[in-house]
Design a protein around this ligand. Structure first.
Ligand SMILES: CC(C)(COP(=O)(O)OP(=O)(O)OC[C@H]1O[C@@H](n2cnc3c(N)ncnc32)[C@H](O)[C@@H]1OP(=O)(O)O)[C@@H](O)C(=O)NCCC(=O)NCCS
Length: 127
């Protein structure tokens, strides 16, 4: 999963993960889509505050984007969040992915900001 995330989310920006960043993820809910042994996509959920969970690190393998893997992962993540009692999902969405999340019912909240060198927006959805 770290390799997929580096390939899709970090290396294109000339960045990599620091061991201390990965260390902080140990208690997050990590999930991935597979075909046989191949990981097709991944994401994670981390509690932001009681009843609100934050989606992070959503990535689908380059050659498989646009085939429904991301949507399936989002449905899985939302169901998991509901099962755990969360009422809201929030995220820092990359500008290039806003349309993807809007199709799934997420709304922008607040102004654009920079993270990992690129524009992002907070997006959220009630579960
Ligand atoms: C953004 C990403 C997670 C979407 O996953 P995906 O598997 O490619 O998306 P899906 O095939 O499930 O698409 C679901 C719907 O969203 C649309 N969509 C997908 N990516 C989109 C985008 N970047 N902008 C607008 N619409 C998009 C699809 O056309 C599809 O529409 P439809 O239901 O009308 O057919 C994936 O493309 C990705 O990993 N991109 C690079 C990394 C990234 O930006 N991650 C997000 C970080 S916040």
């Amino acid at each position: 999963m770290v390799k997929l995330r580096e390939d899709i989310l970090r290396h294109p920006l000339g960045l990599t993960f620091l061991p201390e960043e990965l260390e902080q993820e140990k208690n997050n809910l990590l999930m991935a889509a597979f075909e046989d042994d191949q990981m097709l996509g991944c994401c994670m959920l981390v509690e932001e505050k009681p009843q609100t969970v934050r989606l992070r690190q959503m990535a689908v393998s380059n050659d498989l984007q646009g085939k429904g893997v991301g949507k399936a992962l989002m449905n899985f993540a939302e169901n998991l969040a509901r099962d755990r009692g969360y009422k809201k999902i929030t995220m820092h969405a990359r500008d290039n992915a806003i349309g993807f999340y809007e199709k799934l019912g997420y709304k922008k909240s607040g102004a654009e900001f920079k993270e990992v060198t690129i524009p992002h927006y907070v997006m959220e959805k009630s579960l």
